[in-house]
Design a protein around this ligand. Structure first.
Ligand code: PMP
Length: 352
C-alpha cells in the first residue's frame, strides 16, 4: 500500500457547483452570466501559440496592474485563479504545527488549502447576522497563528467587513502574522463604508489583498487572479507556486479586460441591481437573507438546507447547498428571478 498522508485522505476534493439540466439555471458557482466581450475573445485567440510556454512571471499584466495601483511590479503577483494564490500564500507562511484562522462559514476551499499546507485550521463562527466576528477572529490569534484570512464580501453569506472595523482589526493582529483579504467579489460592492483592500495598499507589512478576474470580469474558465502586497511576502508566494500555471491566453484576456473595464463594470452594476432587487423580493416572502454584497444570495435554512436546495431544483434552479446551514444562489440570470422567488415562497413553508 502506498503511504499517503492521513489528513489528505480525510480531505474531500473541492466540491464544484453542480451542472444544471437543459431546463434549469446553473446558479451554483457565482459565475458571470455575460459572454466574453469580443475584444477579450480576440486577445485570447491572438495568444493561440499554445505550443509555447507562457511568460512564467506574467510581467506585462503585473506592469499594467502595478501602474494602476501605484506600486512596483514586485508588489503584484498573478496566479491561476485567486485560489492558487491563496494556496501559495498559505503554504508560504504556514506549515506543520502552525494555525490559520478564518471565519466560518466562508469560502469552502480554505480548509482544504490549509490541510494541504500541513497547517491547522481555526474556524471562528460568524455572528448571528452571518457577518465576520472580527473581535473573535483577533482573539483566536495565538503564538502559533501564521495566517488570518478575511473574506469580504464573504462567500457564501454575502456580508462585507466595514472599513473602519478592518482597520481596527489590523491594529490587533501582530505584524508577523500574514493577513489575507480575499476580495473575490469586491467589484459587486455598492454599499458605502465597506473595506476596499486597494485603498490599503502599502499601509501594512503583513497585508495581502486578493482579487480575481473570474467574477466581475467573467474569466472564470481561464483561471487568473492577482494579489497585491509586500514584495517579500509575494516573493515567498512565487517560490511556493507551481511554475507556468497561468496560461498566455489567460494573461492576454486579463490585460484586454482591464482595457475594456468600463464596459465590464457596467455589466457588474447591472448584476448588482439585479441582486438588490432579488434580495428585496426574497426577503419580502419572509426569508432572512443577510446583506448581499456579492453576486449571490444566502438563504439561511439550517437543517432544511437540503430540502431548500431540492425546492430550488424543482423550480428549475440549481443552487449550492451547504447541508445543515443554508443555500447560496448566484445572481445574474434575469429569467431565473421568477423561479427563485417562487421557490422562496415554498422554502418559507418548510423553514422552522
Ligand atoms: N475567493 C472566494 C471568496 C471565492 O468565492 C472564490 C471562487 N469561488 C475564489 C476565491 C477563487 O476564485 P478564482 O480561483 O476563480 O479566482
Amino acid at each position: 500500500m502506498v503511504k499517503l498522508r492521513p489528513e489528505i485522505l480525510a480531505t474531500p476534493p473541492y466540491r464544484q457547483g453542480k451542472p444544471a439540466g437543459a431546463d434549469a439555471f446553473k446558479l451554483s458557482s457565482n459565475e458571470n452570466p455575460f459572454p466574453p466581450l469580443p475584444g477579450v475573445l480576440e486577445a485570447v485567440v491572438a495568444a493561440a501559440a499554445v505550443n509555447r510556454y507562457p511568460d512564467a512571471s506574467a510581467l506585462e499584466l503585473r506592469e499594467v496592474l502595478a501602474a494602476r495601483l501605484g506600486v512596483s511590479v514586485d508588489e503584484v503577483h498573478v496566479g491561476a485563479g485567486s485560489v492558487a494564490l491563496l494556496s501559495q500564500l498559505i503554504t508560504a507562511a504556514a506549515g506543520v504545527g502552525d494555525e490559520v484562522v478564518y471565519a466560518w462559514r466562508s469560502f469552502e476551499a480554505y480548509p482544504g488549502l490549509v490541510t494541504v499546507a500541513g497547517a491547522t485550521s481555526v474556524q471562528v463562527p460568524n455572528r448571528p447576522d452571518h457577518s465576520h466576528d472580527l473581535d473573535a477572529i483577533a482573539a483566536a490569534v495565538t503564538d502559533r497563528t501564521r495566517v488570518v484570512i478575511v473574506c469580504s464580501p464573504n462567500n457564501p453569506t454575502g456580508t462585507v467587513v466595514p472599513a473602519d472595523d478592518f482597520d481596527a482589526f489590523l491594529d490587533r493582529i501582530p505584524s508577523d502574522v500574514l493577513v489575507l483579504l480575499d476580495e473575490a467579489y469586491a467589484e459587486f460592492v455598492t454599499a458605502p463604508g465597506a473595506v476596499d483592500g486597494l485603498a490599503l495598499v502599502g499601509s501594512r507589512p503583513n497585508l495581502v489583498v486578493l482579487r480575481t478576474f473570474s467574477k466581475a470580469y467573467g474569466l472564470a474558465g481561464l483561471r487568473i487572479g492577482w494579489a497585491v502586497g509586500p514584495a517579500v511576502v509575494l516573493d515567498a508566494a512565487r517560490a511556493a507556486a507551481i511554475p507556468l500555471s497561468v496560461t498566455e491566453p489567460a494573461q492576454r484576456a486579463a490585460i484586454a479586460s482591464l482595457g475594456l473595464e468600463q464596459e465590464l463594470l457596467e455589466r457588474v452594476r447591472s448584476l448588482a441591481s439585479l441582486r438588490d432587487a432579488l434580495a428585496h423580493d426574497v426577503r419580502a416572502v419572509g426569508i432572512a437573507v443577510p446583506e448581499a454584497h456579492g453576486n449571490f444570495l444566502w438563504i439561511p435554512a439550517g437543517d432544511e438546507a437540503t430540502r431548500a436546495g431540492e425546492i430550488l431544483v424543482e423550480n428549475g434552479v440549481v443552487a449550492r447547498v451547504f447541508p445543515g446551514d443554508g443555500v447560496r444562489v448566484s445572481v445574474g440570470e434575469e429569467d431565473a428571478v421568477g423561479r427563485i422567488v417562487a421557490a422562496a415562497r415554498q422554502i418559507v413553508e418548510v423553514l422552522p
